[in-house]
Design a protein. Structure first.
Length: 62
């Protein structure tokens, strides 16, 4: 996705992005919450689940 983004737009993204490191099993956002914006996974794996902790879709950078 970002390979086609012009350099000036990447610079803007770098300037406004806030890097975060999350612990294993951390909840990023819950159903019904207002989304805080865009999440970009740089390294690792995320899992999307429902309230029963059933994993619906793994997401990975690999």
């Amino acid at each position: 996705v970002f390979q086609r983004l012009a350099g000036r737009y990447l610079q803007v993204l770098r300037r406004i992005a806030r890097p975060r490191t999350l612990a294993s099993g951390a909840t990023v956002i819950e159903a019904g919450d207002a989304g805080p914006g865009l999440f970009i996974l740089l390294k690792g794996t995320w899992a999307v689940g429902d309230s029963s902790d059933h994993v619906l879709e793994p997401i990975s950078t690999a």
